[in-house]
Ligand binder design. Structure first.
Ligand SMILES: NC(=O)C1=CN([C@@H]2O[C@H](COP(=O)(O)OP(=O)(O)OC[C@H]3O[C@@H](n4cnc5c(N)ncnc54)[C@H](OP(=O)(O)O)[C@@H]3O)[C@@H](O)[C@H]2O)C=CC1
Ligand SMILES: CC(=O)N[C@@H](CCC(=O)OP(=O)(O)O)C(=O)O
Length: 344
């Protein structure tokens, strides 16, 4: 399969090149970047020297005809039109932006600041969280790869909402993100002296991932469950923790068993005995999940850890590609190079 990576100079694009470099069923045939067009991959990113694509040249324009699969690693708005053009040509597309994630087209102006014009294509797009929508992904031509916070949070919530053990209509989510979640372009508050040694919450009452999470919860449960979501920045490059709290009538052993059973055959979800640490998942497609019950309050406390650039973006995109093309889902996602680096 020949693939094109558009937005290949950004954090998710570069990470995708890393994951696909050793995928033997794939040839990376095109990498698109406006700022580096004409340059060799290894001259811009020296860590690719003496690896399979070191001599690949960044191109300025997207060749929309020649390849089988297109990974779009672009900001949301530029993705909207390009996804439409590529799917009209019958291409398979995995879009890492939010351009096709939310089914309600009216949410785009409010949360993303642009009008979305392609409602019919939004309806057809499949939300690329394999643990929930695997069967739909198998048949999809357009996969909307989830955001990093929704991936971490929905994996922590899914068994609870699927088996209807969440009591009430609100779940509380507090999450921590490494700075690469904000992309590679320079922003003052992520400048080293301002980010190092610092941590803070942002968008505490209105974040664009809230409608994305609530949309999926509604599709799973048929109910309006609200997400009380507070994201935080922590001074690491990559890695994400999401702590999900909901009221439940289950006892601790029942809750743990529910999660263990739901995920027992999932190749990338690991139930862990202690609160998870990002260093165990960074550089990989794994999600580590800790399940507990606060007996004083009767609340489930589920804590997940992922790599925002891995399961939260690029390696999840490869998992989706494997599913869409009928390959084993974990193909080349568990080679040695993708097992996380414990002491980076
Ligand atoms: N970072 C993360 O943890 C996650 C990110 N995402 C989503 O994935 C997408 C990519 O994210 P990320 O890699 O972090 O972003 P980056 O900002 O690091 O990279 C985006 C790339 O897109 C290209 N680009 C920027 N603006 C335009 C434009 N107007 N038209 C065409 N190309 C453009 C740039 O390359 P050039 O200028 O060289 O052309 C840039 O390198 C985003 O939609 C993001 O929301 C999803 C999950 C997690
Ligand atoms: C640290 C940081 O800024 N994070 C981003 C989320 C990144 C992400 O997963 O996702 P999208 O694809 O939806 O942009 C934010 O809060 O907007």
């Amino acid at each position: 399969m020949k693939v094109s990576i558009v937005g290949a100079s950004g954090y998710t694009g570069v990470e995708l090149i890393r994951y696909l470099s050793f995928h033997k069923d794939v040839e990376i045939a095109q990498i698109v970047s406006r700022q580096f067009s004409g340059k060799k991959l290894s001259s811009v990113f020296p860590h690719f020297s003496k690896t399979p694509y070191e001599d690949l040249i960044f191109e300025e324009d997207v060749d929309k005809e020649s390849f089988d699969i297109y990974f779009l690693c672009l900001p949301h708005e530029p993705s909207v039109e390009l996804v439409k053009e590529l799917t009209d040509k019958g291409k398979k597309v995995i879009d890492l932006s939010a351009a096709y994630r939310i089914k309600d087209i009216h949410k785009y102006p409010e949360y993303y600041g642009f009008e979305h014009r392609f409602g019919e294509l939004l309806d057809r797009a499949v939300y690329g969280l394999p643990e929930i929508f695997r069967k739909d992904i198998e048949k999809a031509n357009l996969v909307a790869n989830p955001g990093c916070y929704p991936t971490a949070t929905l994996l922590a919530l899914y068994p609870g909402i699927k088996e209807e053990v969440v009591v009430g209509d609100t779940v509380v989510v507090n999450a921590l993100s490494g700075i690469s979640g904000a992309g590679r372009s320079v922003k003052q508050h992520f400048h080293y002296p301002e980010a190092y040694g610092n941590a803070y919450a942002y968008n505490p009452t209105k974040h664009r991932h809230t409608p994305e999470m609530e949309d999926v919860i509604k599709r799973v449960t048929g109910k309006e469950i609200k997400v009380r979501f507070t994201p935080h920045i922590i001074p690491v490059s990559r890695g994400m923790i999401s702590t999900v709290v909901f009221n439940t009538n289950l006892r601790k052993e029942q809750l743990v068993e529910l999660y263990r059973l739901e995920y027992r055959y999932e190749p990338f979800v690991r139930i862990v005995p202690q609160p998870p640490q990002i260093k165990n998942v960074v550089g990989s497609n794994f999600c580590d999940l800790y399940v507990d019950l606060d007996e004083r309050t009767g609340q489930a406390v589920i804590i997940s850890a992922i790599d925002n650039l891995g399961k939260g973006a690029s390696s999840q995109a490869v998992q989706n590609m494997n599913i869409m093309t009928g390959l084993p889902e974990d193909k080349y996602l568990k080679t040695l190079s993708e097992i996380s680096i414990l002491f980076p």
